[in-house]
Design a binder for this molecule. Structure first.
Ligand SMILES: *Cc1c(COP(=O)(O)O)cnc(C)c1O
Length: 375
């Protein structure tokens, strides 16, 4: 067990919450995804601080396991990934901001180019510098977000790259987590046409959920993010991934409330009988979603206290969550741990109770936690 030297969090004994990040599970998830894509390379998407888990810990663990290609969103993230993986190919998904060529060159970062302007700028910059640093070409097959339109990409073809160094052509799925959505087949067909226009470039289509769409979605390189961190790539079906994140808060105070008493801001939760309530030192300022609050007409998230599953009582506040521990062992009290994320209550479970996305919960993981990394 190690503490990440780059983590700026407090000591576990003083923290409101302790976040445990299981790097062994992260690596096992990467291996599982790699095994799902035989013949293809498995990259890792580590944007947004490796989905909140910490680039400085996640990237070296994945690189040691054999991951050679990483995707980030921003140049600054790319710089941190570079320090953690000196040999890797690192792509920057959000493209080439005007004039940023030198920043890419300094860290050997590869822009993901999605427009004629970006292609022209990267071509001119690399030519002027005599730099052979291959970018990726992003083609938009349906998201209407980033990338060249399919027709423009096909019209351009490989010759149209005009000396712009490109080593990968990619697109991104819109609804890969819905295997029956007809958009998947449309995007897969469109990308096949794009590949024909760039016959010498390897291709990449699948994100986490895309890796579960079968061989037509595989191509040469898969780009999972969410599933690496334990998220379920197949919602509604058993999760094949290992949980990576654990979160424990600490009981600050336990109190009894009487029938009819309310708990928390705006009196949203009313005790239906005499209840014991444990107030825990984690709140929405730690990134725990306020939408996971409970109310008289709505179940919120649960926690595990003294081995018992216990429901939230009222609103999640900034630094505290009240939990109905009436059914927990009578001895639980001040200083005892409260498990908010664990193998039985996953990020996906909290997301479902909060009406949120598990991606959002992961990437909101707070800076106030003490972080503990398991190897
Ligand atoms: C974020 C992202 C991914 C990873 O998606 P997950 O659903 O987290 O696996 C892959 N490709 C692109 C272009 C992305 O933006």
């Amino acid at each position: 067990m190690t503490r990440d030297p780059a983590a700026s969090g407090p000591a576990p004994s003083e923290a409101g919450g302790v976040l445990t990040i299981d790097l062994g599970a992260l690596v096992a998830n990467w291996r599982l995804l790699a095994a799902r894509a035989p013949g293809a390379e498995c990259a890792a998407v580590v944007k947004a601080d490796a989905y909140g888990t910490g680039i400085e810990a996640a990237v070296p663990a994945l690189a040691r396991a054999g991951c050679r290609t990483f995707f980030v969103a921003h140049i600054a993230e790319g710089r941190r990934a570079r320090a953690a993986a000196p040999q890797a190919d690192i792509y920057v998904l959000n493209g080439l901001p005007p004039g940023s060529g030198p920043a890419f060159a300094a860290e050997r970062l590869r822009p993901v180019l999605g427009s004629a302007e970006e292609i022209a700028e990267w071509a001119a910059f690399t030519r002027a510098e005599g730099l052979d640093l291959k970018a990726a070409l992003h083609v938009d097959t349906g998201m209407n977000r980033l990338g060249l339109a399919v027709a423009d990409a096909v019209a351009m073809g490989e010759r149209g790259l005009e000396g712009c160094p490109v080593g990968l052509v990619m697109t991104h799925l819109v609804s890969a987590e819905e295997p029956d959505n007809p958009l998947n087949a449309r995007q897969i067909a469109a990308f096949a046409a794009v590949r024909e226009a760039f016959p010498s470039l390897p291709g990449s289509l699948a994100n986490s959920s895309g890796a579960f769409l079968g061989e037509a979605a595989r191509h040469d390189l898969i780009r999972p993010g969410y599933a690496l961190y334990g998220g379920n790539p197949q919602p509604g079906r058993p999760n094949p991934m290992r949980p990576v994140i654990g979160l424990e808060g600490r009981i600050v105070q336990v109190r009894w409330v009487e029938a009819g008493d309310t708990v928390g801001y705006n009196a949203q939760w009313t005790a239906q009988g005499r209840r014991r309530v444990a107030v825990t030192s984690v709140g929405y300022a730690d990134g725990f979603p306020r939408a996971a609050s409970s109310a008289d007409d709505r179940a919120g998230a649960d926690a595990i206290v003294g081995g018992a599953r216990c429901p939230f009582a009222g609103r999640v506040s900034m630094d505290l969550i009240a939990i109905d521990v009436t059914d927990a062992p009578p001895g639980v009290g001040r200083g005892d741990p409260v498990s908010l994320l664990n193998p039985a209550i996953t990020v996906d479970d909290v997301a479902a109770r909060a009406g949120a996305s598990g991606y959002e919960i992961l990437t909101s993981l707070g800076r106030r936690y003490a972080r503990r990394y398991l190897d």
